[in-house]
Design a protein around this ligand. Structure first.
Ligand code: ABF
Length: 217
């Protein structure tokens, strides 16, 4: 039976079919890293990439792939990234790697979000994985109190984001309406971004299973 890493590699390979040229938006995390390694094999097909984190930029450059500043790019056809959880409606919970804000910004600039996951990430309801919320440091305690009012148990992560902010991981949520919760959390003053990617879900989910890579749209 394939290991989780082998499944991630299979799905990363499958995503290359969506790489037609131009500039590719690239996510963060171990599945995205496998995608970067596959992208390197077809790098002559593309002009370059926009990275969703410093770690991704470094890996792309290590493969000789040109990294563009998002402000110098006039949109992208695709953004390829993993997720911590995803539903059949293609609503995602992301940010376990701490790059959620840049991921959401780069994804917003792409026509299609291609989500690449192994089968363990597909869930009926989001929230078992703690929901990351990026917060301006001085607002940390205020935002934490507001998140408790929403029924969550926020825990400060020992981590500073690429944007110099902190992350509260919110435990104990059962997210039955991810679109509403995404916008409710964004209304809390001091919140930069939350890890729900629901108002703009993925366009395509490539899911690696024991029976091969399945495509959900
Ligand atoms: C990024 O990578 C994040 O939003 C998510 O937290 C994580 C998934 O990581 P992995 O592919 O390592 O499971 O997409």
């Amino acid at each position: 039976m394939a290991t989780q890493d082998e499944l991630k590699q299979q799905v990363a390979k499958a995503a290359i079919e969506y790489v037609k040229g131009g500039i590719i938006g690239v996510g963060t995390g171990s599945t995205a890293n496998f995608f970067i390694d596959e992208l390197a094999k077809v790098k002559d097909r593309i002009d370059g990439a926009v990275a969703s984190s410093e770690a991704t930029a470094q890996r792309l450059r290590g493969h000789g792939i040109k990294v563009f500043d998002l402000n110098d790019v006039d949109g992208m056809e695709i953004y390829v990234d993993g997720a911590d959880e995803i539903t059949e409606k293609l609503h995602m919970l992301k940010g376990g790697g701490g790059a959620l804000t840049r991921e959401k910004i780069v994804a917003a600039c792409a026509k299609d979000f291609i989500c690449i996951c192994d089968q363990t990430k597909l869930v009926p309801v989001l929230g078992k994985f703690p929901l990351p919320v990026e917060v301006i440091p001085m607002a940390r305690e205020y935002v934490a109190r507001e998140l408790v009012k929403l029924g969550g148990q926020p825990k400060l992560r020992d981590f500073t984001t690429d944007n110099g902010n902190v992350i509260l991981d919110v435990h104990g949520l059962t997210i039955t309406d991810p679109v509403a919760l995404e916008s409710r959390i964004n209304e809390i003053v001091g919140v930069v971004t939350n890890g729900l990617f629901a108002s703009r879900p993925a366009n395509v989910l490539l899911l690696a299973t024991a029976d091969g890579v399945k495509t959900l749209t």
